[in-house]
Write a protein that binds this ligand. Sequence first.
Ligand SMILES: O=C(O)CCC(=O)C(=O)O
Ligand SMILES: [Fe+2]
Length: 363
Amino acid sequence: MALTIDQSPIPRYIPAPPVTEELDYVDLAIIDLSKLSSGSGKLELAGNVRDAMRAQGFLYVINHGLTLQETERMFDIANASFDSVSEDEKSAYAGKIQEEGSFQGYKPRQYWHIDAGVHDQIETYNINRDVSKKEHPQTLRPFLPEIQQFSRHSHFNVLHPILRLLTLGMDLPEETFVNLHGFNSIGESYVRFMKYFPRSDDEKSKTNNVWLKGHTDMGSITVLYSQPVAALQILAPDGKWLWIRHIPNALVINVGDALEYLSGGFYRATIHRVVQPPPSQRGYTRLGVYYFAMPDDNVKLISRSGSKSEWTEKKFEANVVPSMEVYRKARTSAYGRSTLRRATNEANVQEEVISGVVVRHYD
Ligand SMILES: O=C(O)CCC(=O)C(=O)O
Ligand SMILES: [Fe+2]
């Protein structure tokens, strides 16, 4: 995507230095989207995406169409939304998370309960894919055309191609999932900026160094623009937490619960969490840029996959299938605020019931 927009000057964001420790990394497939231009490349990619998403629920995408400089520019803009906006303005543009069940706007630090009375040290600023839906702080206004272009890029050049590959991998008509993710439909797919701040020693010990508890995402696909601070881990089938490695200008993409429902369990949402970085990167902030995709609000969370449906323990009973709107509002307003109960037979799992479905949180 060649940026065609005049760019206002902005301070550069300097991330933490590269990690120096040897970590237990997960080996994820790397999907080269530039291969999409040939017909045979597409079928091969569809097979690779299917295998990766069924085995691990996570993969990397490279050659998605933004240059490293363009991606870094979006990190600079993300950082400005935290460092260059006053606390007063952040409160004025705070999201009505509990009241409206929507993350749009700022989430202040300490809003989510993590564990043992300790709350998060994470600020987020979420922007609907149509940036004109809400007002934004003064500092961000000159950058809105760029954010808009970035959100369109994430939707049309990343989300849609990945959804097409996922449907091809199930032998479904190519547009099956794309048709449920319209850019102009009513729905919540959004750009997220997120900044993690280091914790105090007391908070560290009480939370066992977990910054964001193990969870599955509620949407269909999450796109994470890779950044250098090691902290994201996924839960491997053998119960071990494995680290995600940073690949410059790659995307880390995972399946969320909504796609698990739409695919009838053919693709499963993988549990992941964020922990304190290793010593060489401790004491730094961690800045993230993401695109959280969800089906349109009116989409019922039932399988579209016909004979490819597989049993999924999360499946809704036929008479209580929620729409994406109902489901996302329930999950968004409850997240980090509701009282969790310990799962009966797994010591490290806590549960809550949302729209008739058990949502699990992992230590
Ligand atoms: O920051 C990350 O690496 C992942 C964040 C995440 O899992 C989420 O916001 O759902
Ligand atoms: Fe997540």
